[in-house]
Design a protein around this ligand. Structure first.
Ligand code: UDP
Ligand code: MG
Length: 320
């Protein structure tokens, strides 16, 4: 067993109600890491689990002190849990992996090999996804295409948060302390030498997804709003288009009246126009509200997360 305070490789896994998975996760990670010679630590973030996840983590830590635990005071969400893991990890390379074994730990060896070749960010590309609904596959692929279109910088299609990030890139990434975080986008934003390795995404080992539609939508909105003003500009574009249409409408109406036509008389056309414009105005206000809410969130400057207890770390991280 290795007690080194600064391992070469840190593996960070966010955990929310995964008691049925943690032993198997540990077993698979040990099996993988035993095949190579670098020292390592496994940083588990307990994101306010309501099941026995934390007890199981403590059992694992008692068995093997390479297992380290950050226990949140409540649920802060997946992206924040990853951030905390990155803050506490002390390795020269940090690997972010889902705890549910949908991301196969064996791929870590391929990522480390790329890192040794000199790459700073090695993301895992989902070549195939097992056991996911058609709906999830379709919405996920549409999302990456839309976000790349409107943000104008390329977040690799079909990647998740499963990736290796070199210490240098991670220190840059850790400087970004925004609340609505889209980690897979931010880790591209920081730059450095990036590459991908392909894998087949497995089904969940046990339990159910912790990402219902509502959380998926939130994440997608965070991804778009944190990288682009495009939704705000939509209102301007719509304004120009509608103004142009109304000028045409005025001219057409004058022409019709001069020619003695009775077209467009009555309330229906007025009502339709008022409702249409009202709808567009409300949507535009909503979009402004999304950005305003995010500004408000940042202005408050609350910490990203609150730690109840950290177990097994040699030193406190420099920033929390
Ligand atoms: N997770 C978390 N906090 C949350 C939701 C999820 O830490 O509020 C963890 C979860 O335990 C898992 C990872 O984030 O390790 C990915 O979640 P999940 O597998 O449910 O998402 P999916 O793979 O279905 O998109
Ligand atoms: Mg999963």
């Amino acid at each position: 067993m290795n007690n080194s305070a600064n391992p070469t490789i840190s593996i960070v896994a966010p955990v929310y109600n995964e008691e049925a998975i943690l032993h198997e996760l540990y077993r698979r990670i040990v099996a993988t890491m035993d095949e190579q010679s670098d020292t390592w630590e496994l940083v588990l973030i307990n994101d306010g689990s309501r099941d026995r996840s934390y007890e199981v983590m403590q059992e694992l830590h008692a068995q093997d002190d390479r297992v380290r635990i950050v226990n949140f005071s409540r649920n802060f969400g997946h992206q924040i849990a990853i951030t905390a893991g990155a803050d506490y990890a002390s390795g020269d390379a940090i690997i972010i992996i889902d705890a549910d074994l949908q991301d196969p730990p064996s791929l870590i060896l391929d990522m480390v090999a790329k890192w040794r070749e000199g790459y700073d960010v090695v993301y895992a590309i989902r070549k195939e996804r097992k056991g996911e609904s058609k709906f999830k596959l379709y919405t996920a692929s549409a999302f990456y295409r839309v976000i790349n279109r409107i943000t104008g910088f390329a977040i690799p299609v079909d990647t998740g948060d499963f990736r290796l990030v070199d210490r240098k890139a991670m220190d840059a990434l850790r400087k970004l302390r925004e609340h609505h975080r889209f980690m897979r986008g931010l880790s591209v934003w920081v730059g450095f030498r990036q590459t991908g390795v392909e894998y087949v995404r497995e089904e969940r080992y046990a339990g159910e997804t912790k990402y219902p539609i509502s959380k998926m939508l939130r994440l997608a909105l965070d991804g778009i709003t944190s990288f682009s003003y495009f939704p705000l500009q939509i209102a301007t574009y719509m304004g120009f288009v509608i103004a142009a249409i109304s000028v045409i409408g005025i001219l057409v109406t004058i022409a019709l009246r001069l020619s003695g036509s009775q077209a467009f008389i009555g309330q229906a056309s007025t009502l339709v126009m008022v409702l249409f414009l009202g709808g567009i105005q409300l949507i535009s206000l909503g979009i402004i509200g999304e950005y305003l809410g995010r500004i408000y969130e940042e202005v408050k400057q609350r910490p990203l997360y609150i730690v109840d207890e950290a177990t097994g770390f040699a030193e406190k991280p420099d920033r929390r």
